[in-house]
Design a protein. Structure first.
Length: 146
């Protein structure tokens, strides 16, 4: 993971500081978007302070290494931008029961056509519903009631 983090930093000409490498390693291992707080928790007791994490994430977003999405609770979530294009990123699905957010990388939504005078910077799609695991749990509960 460390080699991949170093390679990513080199690709955008960023210095290889310990906070950058560490945060990228966490995002490389993650299978869902993470908040700044979740990133710090995954790093553990040696995590940089909140300001350093925030500044590092801001730099990684500016270099398009990391994608920032505002999901169900309007808190910024971060993930690697390897599935993102210039104007859009893959959709995200948040389960309304378990609150887990998943990346839907296999789905491609067309870009919205904006009215004249508007300039798109990025299109994000966030879908809410019930995930397969929670649907299975709900069905099991229904069967037990009968």
């Amino acid at each position: 993971m460390n080699e991949r983090a170093i390679k990513l930093l080199r690709s955008v000409h960023l210095r290889q500081t310990e906070p950058r490498r560490t945060i990228l390693r966490v995002l490389l291992k993650a299978d869902t978007p993470l908040t700044q707080e979740q990133i710090a928790h995954k790093i553990g007791p040696d995590a940089p302070n909140k300001t350093t994490i925030y500044r590092t994430l801001t730099q990684l977003v500016a270099k398009n290494l990391v994608h920032q999405a505002y999901l169900d609770d309007r808190t910024a979530h971060f993930e690697l931008a390897h599935h993102c294009g210039e104007y859009r990123c893959h959709p995200h699905f948040t389960c309304r029961q378990c609150r887990q957010t998943q990346c839907l990388t296999g789905i491609h939504a067309p870009l919205v056509e904006l009215p004249k005078g508007y300039a798109m910077q990025r299109q994000q799609i966030h879908i809410e519903g019930v995930c397969p695991d929670c649907q299975t749990i709900n069905k099991t509960k229904e069967i037990r009631r009968v």
